[in-house]
Design a protein around this ligand. Structure first.
Ligand code: DCP
Length: 130
């Protein structure tokens, strides 16, 4: 079983979302940024590495939020809280980033603008933002 870790990065009461550029099925949709946990790596370390690589930002990963979401038979997606400790997110692999509050997040979910797996965490995320 492999894991993908995604970051619920919250700063000043807003959540960081990143817009996927690939694959075509989800290009243009918004996600919590992250990536696959490598062999021998903790979830926290993987998230810190992925956000440095993808967004040039230093974060410290915290506790898990929400449930694990199965992506495939052998792949599960988990979300960890994360706090920015250095840098400002600038997308290298994503099309754009944005910071949203609970209201905007709910609207994006209602409009189908979130990656489907991440939409499972809507209530968990909205609670953190209110
Ligand atoms: N994923 C998701 N929601 C997220 C982050 C990822 O549903 N918040 C999914 C999309 C992919 C899988 O997880 O199916 C892996 O994500 P990435 O492509 O972002 O991760 P990597 O860059 O590590 O994987 P790869 O090198 O395979 O592209």
């Amino acid at each position: 079983m492999r894991e993908v870790v995604a970051g619920a990065v919250i700063s000043n009461g807003l959540l960081l979302l990143a817009q996927r550029s690939y694959p075509p099925e989800v290009a243009g949709l918004w996600e919590l940024p992250g990536g696959k946990v490598e062999e021998g790596e903790t979830r926290a370390r993987a998230l810190e590495r992925e956000l440095a690589e993808e967004l040039g930002v230093d974060v410290v990963a915290g506790e898990q939020i929400g449930v694990g979401v199965p992506l495939k038979a052998d792949l599960v997606l988990v979300a960890l809280l994360a706090t920015v400790v250095g840098g400002n997110p600038e997308p290298t692999e994503h099309t754009a980033v944005r910071w949203v509050g609970a209201g905007a997040l709910r609207q994006m979910a209602a409009d189908g603008e979130l990656v489907p797996a991440d939409a499972v965490w809507l209530e968990d995320l909205a609670e953190l933002l209110t």
